[in-house]
Design a protein around this ligand. Structure first.
Ligand code: AMP
Ligand code: ZN
Length: 114
């Protein structure tokens, strides 16, 4: 999607710090981390938000979650939070589905708002 920041990051036209990449998922360091480890994991196809997922597109989200487990192992993180804000009123500021991988746990992230 032309006007999407994360699509541009996926295409490599906007720089990012890559943590993990495979054929369908990209993970980058959040530019404004709220925890020691704050990684964004996103499908390479443009899905706007978690609330738009269907049974057809859910495997892309599942792939993100598997990548999160792999990244956590690579980063040596045992316990972590996964957050997906769906929609502007839920705090989503970049309208391309992404999961925040957050560690260590901080009770203030429970209702995470960047
Ligand atoms: P959300 O508010 O859930 O949509 O999360 C968007 C996240 O993207 C925020 O935590 C931002 O700090 C992060 N972000 C925005 N622009 C960039 C960027 N260019 N590179 C990395 N992370 C970014
Ligand atoms: Zn996009």
């Amino acid at each position: 999607m032309q006007d999407c920041l994360f699509c541009k990051i996926i295409a490599g036209t906007v720089p990012s710090t890559k943590v993990y990449e495979d054929g369908s998922v990209l993970a980058i360091r959040d530019i404004n981390p709220v925890t020691d480890t704050h990684i964004l994991v996103m499908p390479k196809i443009h899905i706007e938000k978690a609330g738009d997922l269907t049974f057809e597109t859910a495997p892309f989200a599942g792939h993100c979650l598997s990548a999160i487990a792999e990244i956590a192992r690579n980063e040596g993180i045992e316990d972590f939070c996964v957050v997906a804000n769906s929609g502007a009123k839920a705090g989503q500021t970049v309208p391309h589905l992404h999961f925040h991988l957050l560690s260590p746990f901080n009770s203030q992230e429970h209702f995470f708002s960047p």
